[in-house]
Design a protein around this ligand. Structure first.
Ligand code: UD1
Length: 307
């Protein structure tokens, strides 16, 4: 089977995707600098892991040799991290993406599937979000992720490298880092409740998110990689469930699953936060048969069971 490269292989989404790729019979090479990823995430997964920082153009380029498809998930995630420390975020997310594209081009890689972000839509009016809407990124992180998309599209147009951008909407599930101030909200709430702490909701809790279980993101990657170029190359797709859940509701569901009692605390709105998020997933359905099979509650049940 074809040789594939996964950047961010030891991270949350990267480790789930790598397992699925190995199960499909692919030979997987992986890159990680272990800044947020962990070796534990890859226990018993036969992946050829190279400890490489995406900032190292030469090592990144070497890693692209002999590869047919790249899944580019390596990044320094989190909107608030990018607000607090924009430079490392920029270097990992944008310079790193550029280094990867250059490596891919030189090595004659066929396709790159890129982890883009729903945060690119910002706070403009109009729901659900459709890929044809004008992006309005607020914080540095969405700017970096969006600039990465534009680079992806340019490399398709100019060099014929088949690039596909998947705009993830709040992916959650097992192995998401739960104990960092920059952790995704669900992982954070679950760990805090398990530790008997009172989670804090930033704002009034009525902000909505299109929370998407990680298996759906894996499915999107596999299908986007296998689809004919005419359907996906140079294009951008929302990857979500097409359902909006408020944070107040999310808090209640997690509390019920964990038998946690007591209300959340409320704090100030986070700088750079978007108010609402909800995706139209028609484009991904039509182009490559994306079909989110694990919904919000089932995803949360599986996530809670993992802890
Ligand atoms: C954003 C992007 C997502 C991207 C992710 C990368 C949007 C809509 N989504 O997620 O595509 O992959 O960044 O990190 O922009 N919150 C609390 N209490 C907490 C932690 C968070 O109330 O302890 C709130 C946040 O203020 C926010 C919501 O929960 O309103 C979700 O936050 P988070 O999980 O960090 O993800 P986003 O920033 O929405």
């Amino acid at each position: 089977m074809a040789k594939v490269l996964v950047t961010g292989v030891a991270g949350f989404i990267g480790s789930h995707l790598s397992r699925a790729l190995v199960e499909q019979g692919h030979e997987v090479r992986g890159l990680d600098n272990f800044s947020t990823g962990s070796r534990k995430n890859l226990l018993a997964v036969p992946v050829d892991v190279h400890v490489v920082d995406l900032a190292d153009a030469e090592l990144v380029s070497n890693a692209c040799e002999g590869i047919e498809t790249i899944f580019h998930l390596g990044a320094l995630p989190s909107v608030p991290r990018s607000v607090k420390e924009p430079r490392p975020s920029h270097e990992a997310n944008l310079d790193g993406t550029f280094n990867l594209l250059e490596g891919a081009r030189a090595a004659g890689v066929k396709r790159v599937v890129y982890a883009a972000s729903s945060s690119a839509y910002g706070n403009q009016p109009g729901f659900p979000r459709v890929e044809t809407m004008k992006p309005e990124p607020i914080a540095p992180y969405p700017v970096q992720k969006l600039a990465g998309e534009l680079y992806m599209q340019s490399y398709w147009r100019v060099y014929g490298l088949e690039t596909v951008c998947l705009r993830y909407f709040n992916i959650f599930g097992p192995r998401q880092v739960p104990d960092s101030p920059y952790s995704g909200v669900m992982a954070r709430f679950i760990l805090q409740m398990l530790q008997g702490q009172q989670p804090t909701i930033f704002g009034d809790g009525e902000q909505g998110r299109d929370f998407t279980y990680v298996a759906n993101a894996v499915q999107a990657n596999l299908k986007a990689a296998a689809a004919p170029a005419e359907a996906v190359a140079g294009k951008v797709f929302n990857i979500a469930c097409g359902e909006r859940h408020t944070l107040n509701e999310t808090y209640q569901v997690i509390a019920r699953l964990l038998d946690h009692e007591g209300p959340p605390a409320y704090g100030p709105v986070r700088a750079g936060d978007v108010k609402d998020s909800l995706a139209d997933i028609t484009a991904a359905r039509d182009a490559f048969g994306y079909n989110p099979e694990v919904g919000f509650e089932e995803g949360l049940r599986r996530t809670v069971a993992w802890y």
